[in-house]
Design a protein. Structure first.
Length: 134
């Protein structure tokens, strides 16, 4: 049985979710690989690290949170969740946006744009060696 992670504070969610750099890195590695086996190996390890680190992704949450909101109406699903009725009452469309989507999306933007995009830009523009043509 898996161990549940402690609940994160709202302020920590954006910083923790800078792990989107792993998602962007996966895409870049898949694009850079020349053959199928290279693409598979290139996406395997970053995705594994992303999932093992318990990062959140805004696009995945756009499915999982509404699915949880829908499922909490069914007694068997509510019981299987192991959450109390009060805890499940806090799972709604307003808290989905205020407690998750906004902060996770900001973290994903920072992780993807800053940690991958800006680094790739500086490596390409600032560190590239210009070749002289005759």
């Amino acid at each position: 049985m898996s161990k549940q992670s402690p609940r994160r504070r709202k302020q920590d969610v954006a910083w923790v979710n800078t792990g989107n750099f792993l998602v962007c890195l996966t895409v870049m590695m898949a694009i850079a690989a020349k053959d199928i086996s290279g693409k598979i190996w290139g996406i395997f390890f970053p995705i594994t690290a992303f999932v093992a680190s318990e990062f959140e992704h805004c696009v995945a949450n756009m499915y999982f949170i509404p699915a949880g909101i829908f499922a909490k109406a069914f007694p068997s699903a509510a019981e299987a969740s192991g959450k109390s009725t009060e805890q499940l009452a806090g799972l709604n469309c307003v808290t989905m946006w205020s407690n998750n989507f906004i902060t996770v999306t900001l973290g994903n933007i920072v992780g993807g744009a800053v940690f991958v995009g800006v680094v790739y830009y500086f490596v390409r523009v600032c560190c590239s060696v210009e070749t002289k043509s005759d």
